[in-house]
Design a binder for this molecule. Structure first.
Ligand code: 0RA
Length: 632
């Protein structure tokens, strides 16, 4: 960790005033919606987190006040208050000048300032009012601001024997279109930071509810990996190691479970690098080399040892990689800071992981053996899947047509304008084929059960008729050769009965797409059809209702004559015209778009729900689905 630096006010570099921030807030805070609003809080919290990263603070308090203001306090050294040569205090410079940083930045690992953060002054400029209290040198000091403008000099307010910094602010009403603090957003970001800095305690208080939540993880990223695996069956301990060399430090925690997916999170100075980068690549290189070396030496995986791939070593792997680099040396690939680009980090992490994992395997042969056995299985499944897939493709070619016989394809060839309805049951499939608009709507009826694909390897999946048909109809391939650019439909619509069986089938399909063609979901191509629940006939008029409420409203509004209500138990009860009119025709239908925002959470929920509990899955699907009425 960095050394304590000696610091004086003259080290602060003065840049410019705050007018540009108020004029163009989006440029500084990203946006002025809920995201930008929460960014204000993260910014202030990260200043305190930096103090903790520097080893100078151990506790951070966050209070959401009833009036919408927030307080962030830490027990660090306190922002310096002595006067700069211009006669202004260091505190005032930090709070009122853009990018006022100090020389102490160099050699320190920081989250805020420069690359990630925009500085407390930006938050100050975008706050109707802000108040800072500093506790240091045996006293307390205070300065208040309105829209970033000091309302007087820094004042000594009394004696104090504690140290730290306490900031309270009220976001600008004029600037932010959203003014509501979202507990989940706040807690997710605090939890991440608490995981990464072992031993740092966060206390989060909601004043209106009178609740305080504490976030403290003694084990740092070791606790994070255990948390990510908590609904899975682990097959090894959490393996942890760390190394420092000059000014780069790395920490790695990993654990294998008996599933097949990979869940690796990577961080640079508390910034989550969603797109990975050189630290992640280094980790993968070190891991693959160490495992393959061990497999060779131990002789456990003789048959496939020469064909083991990096991909095989990552099945069932949960890990966290955390590197700390001085702020002024970090390189990101883009403005969004999602991908680390420092070349020197790759070799450093690769070598450290290889060395330390080699030692771990020597000392823990049981864990090593379980990992090698698992990886051998992964390699065999991958090789078998390749062979099976090749066979499937050859078969298609021999039959003269590569599309499945059950598929009623559309005439349209442009994927952007093509829709595929995946329909439960052969009879509903028949109605859908008659009711569709064959110009742009294709129908694939599913006969029979669908394999639960959460744990299934590809070799099993491609042998399973229903899924094989689906994969071929979609046209993008699967596994190693998956190419989402080749998808033949940009709207894939799951149409099942509105009953428990239908929900179950929809969930299995969703699981399949999530696990094996996630691009379909990420690109927004996957939808659920919403067939009506009731047909209400009043005299000669027919109305369709999609919920009980809607049905009651219709009866109340039009129900003077004779009312007949039919509850649809399945798609099969509708004739082709009704199915078209209510569920397939873009002019009348409602589709729910499946939207995965947080893949890690979804991964966890899928594992949790893979038992028999259907109603929980149903809730999950419904909570993840976003209403989208499409008209084309
Ligand atoms: C500049 C210099 C020093 C500490 C800080 C800033 C500091 C800033 C914040 C923001 C929130 N909490 C903070 N805690 C400390 C070092 C001063 C010294 O050497 O004593």
């Amino acid at each position: 960790m960095p050394q304590k630096s000696t610091y004086t006010a003259k080290d602060i570099q003065v840049l410019e005033g705050l007018e540009p921030v108020r004029r163009r807030p989006g440029m500084f805070i990203g946006s002025t919606d809920a995201r930008g609003f929460h960014h204000l809080l993260t910014e202030i919290v990260d200043n305190s987190v930096d103090e903790a990263l520097a080893g100078q603070a151990t506790e951070i308090w966050v209070v959401i006040h009833k009036d919408g203001s927030v307080t962030v306090e830490d027990n660090g050294r306190g922002i310096p208050v002595e006067k700069h040569k211009s006669g202004v205090s260091a505190l005032e410079l930090i709070m009122t000048k853009l990018h006022a940083g100090g020389k102490f930045d160099e050699g320190a690992y920081k989250v805020s300032g420069g690359l990630h953060g925009v500085g407390a002054s930006v938050v100050n400029a975008l706050s109707d009012w802000l108040e800072v209290e500093v506790f240091r040198d045996g006293a307390s000091f205070k300065q208040t601001y309105k829209a970033g403008v000091p309302q007087g000099p820094v004042k000594k307010t009394g004696a104090s024997n504690k140290t730290g910094t306490k900031t309270t602010f009220f976001p600008s009403k004029e600037t932010f279109s959203e003014q509501v603090w979202n507990p989940k957003t706040i807690e997710d970001s605090i939890r991440n930071r608490a995981y990464l800095i072992a031993g740092l305690t966060f206390n989060l208080t909601y004043e209106s509810a009178g609740i305080t939540k504490t976030f403290y993880f003694e084990g740092g990223i070791k606790s994070l990996v255990a948390h990510l695996n908590k609904d899975k069956k682990a097959i090894t301990d959490v393996i942890y190691f760390s190394k420092e060399n000059g000014d780069i430090a790395e920490e790695v925690a990993l654990q294998y479970n008996d599933g097949i997916s990979e869940n690796v999170e990577s961080f640079v100075n508390v910034i989550k690098t969603v797109d990975g980068g050189t630290h992640l690549t280094g980790f993968r290189m070190g891991l693959t080399r160490s495992i393959i070396d061990y497999a060779r030496k131990s002789g456990v995986a003789k048959e496939v040892v020469d064909q083991l791939s990096g991909e095989d070593t990552r099945e069932g792997l949960t890990a966290a990689i955390f590197v700390k680099i001085p702020t002024n040396k970090i390189q990101f690939e883009s403005q969004t800071k999602a991908k680390l680009n420092n070349p020197e980090v790759q070799g450093f992490v690769a070598q450290a992981v290889k060395e330390q994992l080699d030692i771990y395997f020597e000392e823990n042969p049981n864990d090593a053996r379980r990992i090698i056995e698992k990886i051998t299985l992964a390699a065999k499944a991958r090789l078998a899947a390749r062979a099976a897939k090749d066979a499937v493709l050859r078969k298609g070619a021999l039959e003269g047509s590569s599309l499945p016989g059950k598929l009623a394809d559309c005439q349209e060839k442009d994927a952007q304008n093509s829709e595929l309805f995946i329909v439960e049951g052969v009879s509903a499939g028949g109605s859908a084929k008659q009711g569709r608009d064959r110009k742009f709507q294709a129908v694939l009826p599913l006969g029979g059960k669908i394999l639960n694909t959460e744990r299934a390897h590809l070799d099993k999946i491609v042998k399973f008729e229903v899924l094989k048909d689906l994969i071929i109809a979609l046209g993008a391939g699967i596994g190693e050769t998956l190419n989402p650019e080749k998808l033949r439909y940009h709207r894939v619509i799951i149409m099942t009965d509105a009953d428990v069986d239908g929900e179950h089938i929809a969930t299995l399909l969703l699981t399949f797409f999530y696990r094996h063609i996630p691009q379909l979901i990420e690109r927004g191509y996957l939808y659920l059809a919403m067939p009506p629940l009731y047909k209400v006939q009043i005299g000669k008029d027919i109305y369709y209702a999609y919920s009980d409420n809607e049905k009651n409203d219709i009866v109340k509004k039009y129900g003077n004559g004779k009312v007949t209500i039919q509850r649809y138990k399945g798609l099969g009860e509708m004739n082709p015209e009704q199915l078209r009119e209510t569920t397939m025709d873009p002019a009348h239908r409602t589709l729910k778009q499946i939207n995965i925002e947080d893949a890690a959470e979804v991964d966890r929920i899928f594992s949790m729900l893979m038992g028999e509990e259907v109603s929980q899955r149903k809730k999950f699907i419904q909570s993840r689905a976003k209403m989208a009425t499409l008209d084309i």
